[in-house]
Design a protein. Structure first.
Length: 254
């Protein structure tokens, strides 16, 4: 009797277990169907996203291309405008033909150099390009002031003297102002940024100032040279600007 009861109980448990197994199999089947459906939907979404993203990239490229074309046209117009209005100052060519100074420059470099031999000494003038200003009542732009240096060296001897000067817009005998007068013993001292540049020129005795001014004038530092430095520094800035515009245009077009 107990045997029959145990078997009956086990049989009931088996039915319940079977029922649970059938439910689990059914749920697993539904879960797999949902996963498969999600995979299909994900693939469709990915295709739509890829298509939308590709369209956005193409649109961005078209926009960038349009902006580049617009920029190119603006730069080209500016290049044409500057070139059509550019005219080299007459005094630059005339000065170099008659003064005996040798002029050196490099495209893309702001520095310019004039050299000349006078009384057995080598005279070196260094200056840079400057931006012009428009003076009242003047039709042409001019340099308000241009810094330059005059270095005097003797052959077969170390050392030299450098005058640090600035051009002035005046009608006086000397159309420049000396700031300092530096003496150096060798190339190291010449190029040292910490070397003593000498006293302030205006603090020197008046007779010493006059003698140094006259010595520079005898070496070729005169009003014509100052006119050249002012004109050339502005002309150099204009030429470098036009070259810069052309380089920008070429880069955009390439």
């Amino acid at each position: 009797m107990n045997f029959l009861r145990r078997n009956a109980a086990n049989l009931c448990k088996g039915k319940v277990l079977g029922k649970h197994l059938n439910c689990s199999v059914h749920e697993l089947t539904n879960l797999n169907k949902r996963k498969f459906s999600n995979i299909i939907n994900l693939g469709k979404y990915g295709q739509r996203y890829q298509a939308t993203n590709s369209g956005s990239i193409i649109g961005a490229k078209r926009f960038a291309s349009g902006e580049a074309q617009k920029l190119s046209e603006v730069v080209k117009a500016e290049v044409q405008h500057e070139k059509s209005n550019y005219e080299a100052p007459d005094n630059i060519k005339k000065f170099l033909q008659t003064s005996g100074w040798k002029f050196e420059e490099q495209e893309g470099d702001v520095n310019m150099v004039l050299t000349k031999n006078v009384d057995g000494m080598k005279i070196i003038i260094d200056f840079q390009l400057v931006s012009p200003f428009q003076a009242e009542g003047e039709n042409e732009a001019q340099a308000e002031m241009t810094d330059f240096s005059v270095t005097v060296e003797k052959p077969n001897k170390q050392g030299g003297i450098t005058f640090y000067c600035t051009t002035l817009q005046n009608d006086e005998k000397f159309r420049y102002m000396i700031g300092n007068v530096k003496y150096y013993k060798n190339e190291e001292g010449k190029n040292s940024v910490s070397a003593y540049n000498g006293p302030e020129f205006e603090d020197l005795d008046d007779s010493l100032q006059t003698s140094l001014d006259e010595w520079l004038a005898n070496l070729g530092v005169d009003s014509e040279l100052c006119d050249f430095i002012d004109s050339c520094s502005i002309d150099k800035e204009q030429r470098e600007y036009m070259s810069w515009l052309q380089n920008i245009s070429n880069f955009i077009e390439s």
